[in-house]
Ligand binder design. Sequence first.
Ligand code: MG
Length: 253
Amino acid sequence: MKLFASDIDNTLVPQKEELVKEDVRELEEALAEAVDVKVAYISGRNFSLMQEVLANYYLPQPDFLATDVGTLIYFFDGEDWKPDEDYRDHLALTGYDKKELEQKLKEIPGLSRQEEEVQTEFKLSYYLDLESKQDSLPRIRKAVAESPAQLIYSEDRVKEVGLVDVIPEAGGKAGALDFLAQKSGAEENEVVYAGDSGNDLDALSAGYNGVVVGNASEELKKNLSDNDRIYMAENDFSRGVAEGVNYFLKNRF
Ligand SMILES: [Mg+2]
């Protein structure tokens, strides 16, 4: 294994329960079995929320962070985290035009821009009023499909609002994973990605080895049930990830 990459929320770190130090130790021990493995976290979190989770939990030290749904990549140069300019250039070359997209989405009812701190050069984020969803979501899909962009839609059940991210087609979790695999010199079968929900589906179906944690959504499990690159863990959260890493170390590498 040359690259271990993972989602964070509800894959490594439970959102409702306490994360126990012993659970993470299993993952550290599993990764210690792999020689020269690079570690990456790929998440919807922005850089400061990513730093917060690294400071508050005991996760294995990462080499790369892909933040803001894979629209930004940072690497650790031994002293500091630096944005990866090659990835920035790679996304800039895709023709993703934020201004043009904004113009197209401007007139759609129920759509309002999220706070400035979540907007990045390659991510346009909106709230969608759920009452407008039925009419507006297909219009958003259509506008995005006309551009080299992709729509990532989810819902915040607590705030009862739709969350719309419009990012480059080549970005996203799978795009960031492809870039990091190439950067790490890893072949498809030398990469393991772990996830728990629908927004991990593209990365888990990109041809690499994948771990689906025990607590993952039933829908994700169903979607990947015929994929022989996927290991369905019995354990939840980081213990499930460790179980998957151990499986691939024994069976594939
Ligand atoms: Mg997750």
